[in-house]
Ligand binder design. Structure first.
Ligand SMILES: *Cc1c(COP(=O)(O)O)cnc(C)c1O
Length: 223
């Protein structure tokens, strides 16, 4: 795929090649407002950011019917900034964080949807909880007291590799975790896995939410 094409063309291409039940989250981190607006005008409504301040500033400048996904590692002291408007928090990786999201959601009289991030890659740089700890958490009394958060599913980031054996193993592990956790939490419905390089494989393993950045907006530049 060539990234010189327009954002609109890239979006249409991806939407034409994924099943209807898969939600495409356009990962717009580091990209300027104009790029997000182009995607919005092409019909895109789900956007993903990995920094709370950047997401908040973009949300202020863009149409209010956008669904904002926080896909990055969340610092507890910044939860308050996104609590009024965030649509789904993908990177929940501790009870402490969940408790803070619950507290801030309560202040805004809302329930915030969350995904628990499971560490599926071997790389140390990837965040996430173990599945064992996740199960213990959702069965605990302290968890059942959190009325302003709702666990909708799981999120995972595979190893950054072209090796399809590794990707198949990691995504299939997360799919099994998801099916297993459904026995505890009956209304789980979201399995967020797959990025630009691996979303086709993720969908083969039951992903119904993919987070795609560079295949839509082109490569990111970090300064
Ligand atoms: C940046 C990012 C993505 C998108 O990555 P691309 O390879 O550009 O599609 C997806 N998920 C998370 C958690 C990210 O941080």
């Amino acid at each position: 795929m060539s990234f010189n094409m327009s954002i609109t063309t890239n979006l249409k291409h991806i939407l034409n090649t994924i099943p209807d039940h898969v939600t495409l989250v356009a990962v717009s981190k580091t990209k300027p407002i104009e790029d997000l607006l182009e995607a919005y005008n092409a019909g895109q409504r789900h956007f993903g950011e990995n920094k709370i301040q950047e997401m908040t500033s973009k949300a202020e400048q863009l149409p209010k019917d956008i669904k904002w996904h926080m896909i990055g590692h969340v610092q507890t002291n910044k939860v308050k900034y996104m609590a009024p408007f965030v649509s789904l928090v993908h990177g929940v990786d501790s009870y402490k964080l969940l408790k803070e999201i619950n507290k801030q959601a309560k202040k805004h009289q809302r329930v915030i949807d969350c995904l628990i991030q499971i560490k599926i890659a071997k790389e140390d740089s990837k965040f996430g909880m173990s599945f064992e700890d996740t199960k213990t958490l959702v069965k605990s009394d302290k968890f059942s007291e959190l009325k302003h958060i709702k666990i909708k599913g799981l999120m995972g980031m595979a190893t950054f590799t072209d090796d399809s054996d590794v990707l198949n193993t990691e995504f299939s592990y997360l799919q099994n975790c998801f099916n297993d956790l459904k026995e505890e939490l009956a209304d789980l419905d979201t399995l967020s896995m797959g990025m630009s390089g691996d979303y086709e494989i993720a969908i083969n393993h039951g992903s119904n939410m993919i987070r795609v950045g560079s295949n839509i907006f082109g490569a990111r530049q970090y300064n």
